[in-house]
Design a protein around this ligand. Structure first.
Ligand code: ADP
Length: 274
C-alpha cells in the first residue's frame, strides 16, 4: 500500500501561546515496497512525520492516506487502530519497551493486541524470534536477563510479528557497537527484500542512507525541501570527479547546502561556483 500526505500540516499546542508549526503543508508519497530515508537536522520535523505516518499524531490540517484509510484532524479510533496495524514502528531504543515476563509473551503481545488469536500469535512470535537468531532456549527466559543486543532483537521481533506492510525505523542503530550496527541494518535489508515491505528509515547516519535506501526525503524546518532517488540526489559525477568525495561526504555536503537554502539542482554543472 502507498502512503500519501496531502497538504499535511502539523502544529503542536495549536491555539495556545506555545503553538509550534512542526510540518508545513507537505504533499508527498511513500510508495509500496520502497526503502526510504528521511533526513534533516534535529528539529526539522522527522519525528513528527513518522508519528503522523502511523497514526500516533493526527494532522492539524490536510490528511494522511494509508491505503484506503484516511486520517484527518478528527479521525476515529477505529481508523487510527487500522493504520497502526499496517504501519509498524521501531522506536529508538526499542528494548526499553519490553515488559512481559518471558521473551515469547513479549513478542506475542503486539499480534494479540492487534486481534490475532493466541495460536497464530505464538506461531508468528516463534517465527520472527528465530529469524532474528534468538534461540528457542531463550523463549521462556525473562527479556531482562538477555544481553542488550538480544533485548533489541526481541523488541524488533515483536514489531515484525504484527506483520506490518510498512516498517518505520527511528534511529534503529543508536547506541549499538559497529558490528551490531551492521547486523541490524543487514537484517532490515533482508526483511525489506524478502518480505517486500516498505521501510522508512530516520537516521543521522549518512553512510546508512547511502548504502540502504532507494529514495530520500530531506526535511528542513518543517518543510520538505528535497526528495528523490538516493542515487540521483546524493551522487553527482562532477562532485565525485572534481573533489574526489566519497558518497557519504556528498550526502553531508548536499544536506548542508540545502540547509543554507542552496538547491542542488540549481548548482552549475561544472561546479566552478565551489
Ligand atoms: P526531529 O525529529 O527532526 O528532531 P521533531 O519532529 O521532533 O524534529 O520536531 C519538529 C519541531 O517541533 C521542533 O521544532 C520541535 O521543537 C517541535 N516539537 C516536537 N515535539 C513537540 C512537542 N511535543 N511539543 C511542542 N513542540 C514540539
Amino acid at each position: 500500500m502507498n502512503i500519501n500526505f496531502k497538504n499535511l500540516t502539523s502544529i503542536y499546542h495549536q491555539n495556545t501561546p506555545f503553538e509550534h508549526l512542526a510540518l508545513d503543508d507537505i504533499t508527498t508519497t511513500f510508495e509500496e515496497g520502497v526503502y526510504y530515508g528521511i533526513i534533516g537536522h534535529t528539529g526539522s520535523g522527522k519525528s513528527t512525520m513518522i508519528q503522523t505516518l502511523n497514526g500516533l499524531l493526527l494532522p492539524s490540517r490536510g490528511e494522511v492516506r494509508v491505503g484506503n484509510i484516511v486520517l484527518r484532524r478528527k479521525s476515529r479510533q477505529k481508523d487510527i487502530h487500522q493504520v497502526k496495524k499496517h504501519v509498524g514502528m521501531v522506536f529508538q531504543f526499542p528494548e526499553h519497551q519490553l515488559f512481559e515476563e518471558t521473551v515469547l509473551k513479549d513478542v506475542m503481545f503486539g499480534p494479540k493486541n492487534m486481534g490475532m488469536d493466541r495460536a497464530t500469535a505464538e506461531e508468528k512470535a516463534k517465527h520472527y524470534l528465530q529469524l532474528l537468531n534468538i534461540d528457542a532456549s531463550l523463549f521462556d527466559a525473562s527479556p531482562f536477563d538477555l544481553s542488550g543486543g538480544q533485548m533489541r532483537k526481541v523488541a524488533i521481533a515483536g514489531i515484525l510479528a504484527m506483520e506490518p506492510e510498512v516498517l518505520i525505523l527511528d534511529e534503529p542503530t543508536a547506541g549499538l557497537d559497529p558490528k551490531s550496527h551492521i547486523e541490524t541494518m543487514e537484517l532490515f535489508k533482508r526483511i525489506h527484500q524478502d518480505m517486500g515491505i516498505t521501510v522508512i528509515l530516520v537516521t543521522h547516519d549518512m553512510n546508512d542512507v547511502f548504502q540502504y535506501t532507494d529514495k530520500v526525503k530531506i526535511l528542513n524546518e518543517g518543510h520538505l525541501v528535497k526528495e528523490g532517488r538516493t542515487a540521483d540526489l546524493l551522487t553527482n559525477e562532477v562532485l565525485l570527479e572534481k573533489f574526489s568525495l566519497e558518497p557519504p561526504d556528498i550526502v553531508r555536503l548536499i544536506h548542508d547546502l540545502e540547509e543554507k537554502g542552496i538547491h542542488f539542482d540549481q548548482m552549475p554543472k561544472d561546479a566552478e561556483a565551489f
